[in-house]
Design a protein around this ligand. Structure first.
Ligand code: AMP
Ligand code: ZN
Length: 116
C-alpha cells in the first residue's frame, strides 16, 4: 500500500505527533482534534477496516484496545474515554486504513450519536 496515508505515517514517510509504537501498532495525535485528547491507534499492517478483518487479525485488534486504555491514562483522560472505529461508507470512514479514535479529556465527551 504505497500511497496509503496511514501506511506512510507508519513508515515514517509523513510526520506525525507519535505517542506510542510497538511491533503491531502506532498511535499519534489526530491532526484535527475533536476533543482535548484525540489519538489515533493504527495497525502497522494495511487493514482497510473492520469490514475486511478475519480471525487472523485478532491479536492486533485486541492490542488496539489495551493500548487505548494505556494511552488514555497517559494523555489526559484518566477518568474514562471513548473509542470510535468508523467503517466504510455507512460508517463515515474517511481514511481507508483501520484506525481507532481514542477521545477524551477532563470533561465528558458527550452523547454517543444524535438520534434521528
Ligand atoms: P475517519 O473519518 O474515521 O477515517 O478519520 C480519519 C481521521 O484522520 C480524521 O479524524 C482526521 O482528522 C485524521 N487525519 C487525517 N490526516 C491526518 C494526518 N496526516 N495526521 C493525523 N491525523 C490525520
Ligand atoms: Zn494503509
Amino acid at each position: 500500500m504505497e500511497d496509503c496515508l496511514f501506511c506512510r505515517i507508519a513508515r515514517g514517510e509523513i510526520p506525525s505527533r507519535k505517542v506510542y509504537e510497538d511491533d503491531l501498532l502506532i498511535a499519534f495525535h489526530d491532526i484535527n482534534p475533536a476533543r482535548p485528547m484525540h489519538l489515533l491507534v493504527v495497525p502497522r499492517r494495511h487493514i482497510v477496516s473492520l469490514q475486511t478483518v478475519t480471525a487472523d487479525d485478532e491479536p492486533v485488534l485486541g492490542r488496539m484496545l489495551t493500548v487505548a486504555r494505556r494511552l488514555a491514562e497517559e494523555n489526559g483522560s484518566p477518568d474514562g474515554f471513548r473509542v470510535i472505529i468508523n467503517n466504510g461508507r455507512v460508517g463515515g470512514q474517511e481514511v481507508p486504513h483501520l484506525h481507532a479514535h481514542v477521545v477524551g479529556g477532563p470533561e465528558p465527551v458527550g452523547p454517543m450519536l444524535k438520534r434521528n
